[in-house]
Design a protein around this ligand. Structure first.
Ligand SMILES: Nc1ncnc2c1ncn2[C@@H]1O[C@H](COP(=O)(O)OP(=O)(O)O)[C@@H](O)[C@H]1O
Ligand SMILES: Nc1ccn([C@H]2C[C@H](O)[C@@H](COP(=O)(O)OP(=O)(O)O)O2)c(=O)n1
Length: 211
């Protein structure tokens, strides 16, 4: 079984997916980390992030590997764990460019579809494009202000600046960020993190089938 959790930036996807996966005792997959990893490789190689061909050559020559651990996904570039380098405002600015490239999206989709179920997959298009057959789909939303206040607890920037950046990224990511028609949409604004996890678990069987 595959559970998909999609949503906009800082809506709580990773935290909620981690909690749901722990409750179900299955791995969770943060698809965004593969886009962030591709962006890091492009930046480190000094590439133009719009150059899909050059990015693909780099990705194929120096493979990224996503390690889905219960406490959080790790991203490996050859033998180096690069996870800590993937979350910054600089990365946020670059990743929307990379994630807009169809060739990179196809590369990420192939990595994801090679994974063995069961798992929880979070991102933007898990329930629409990558795993449309998933039997349980959720889509998280919250206002830009609430999301900025949450992000501000993680980054040394002020809320208005983060809010403006989130609104811009929402626009840049819009093409791949619509909820699946069969997704349960949850406004996480009024809910605690635990409340969102419980709301999702209430829709799921206690034990997840392995297939
Ligand atoms: N419902 C919630 N209430 C309060 N804080 C939340 C909630 N959901 C997530 N958070 C916090 O908001 C921040 C962003 O969550 P995260 O899971 O990283 O979002 P995303 O993966 O969608 O970018 C994290 O610090 C997380 O702990
Ligand atoms: N399935 C996905 C996952 C992420 N993306 C894009 C959208 C985001 O700007 C970047 C990074 O995704 P990530 O989930 O890490 O970003 P947020 O935590 O939501 O801020 O990649 C995508 O286009 N499709």
């Amino acid at each position: 079984m595959i559970v998909t959790i999609d949503g906009v930036a800082a809506s709580g996807k990773s935290s909620v997916a981690s909690g749901v996966a722990r409750a179900l005792q299955v791995p969770y997959i943060s698809s965004g980390l593969l886009y962030r990893g591709a962006t890091l490789l492009g930046l480190q190689a000094g590439l133009d992030l719009h150059d899909a061909r050059a990015l693909l050559v780099t990705l194929q020559a120096q493979p990224l590997r996503l390690e889905p651990l219960a406490e959080g996904n790790r991203v490996w570039h050859a033998e180096q764990d690069v996870t800590e380098q993937l979350h910054s405002t600089r990365m946020d600015r670059g990743v929307s460019v990379v994630a807009a490239l169809p060739e990179v999206r196809a590369w990420v989709d192939a990595q994801l579809r090679a994974l063995e179920a069961p798992f929880v997959a979070e991102g933007r298009d898990m329930g629409t494009n990558v795993f449309p057959q998933a039997p349980a789909k959720f889509y998280l939303t919250a206002s830009p202000r609430i999301r900025a206040e949450r992000r501000a607890r993680e980054r040394p920037e002020d809320v208005p600046a983060i809010e403006a950046a989130l609104i811009l990224r929402d626009q840049l990511d819009a093409a791949q960020s619509a909820p699946a028609t069969d997704a349960v949409v949850i406004d996480t604004g009024p809910l605690t993190l635990e409340g969102v996890i419980e709301a999702i678990l209430a829709h799921l069987p206690a034990r997840v089938p392995s297939a």
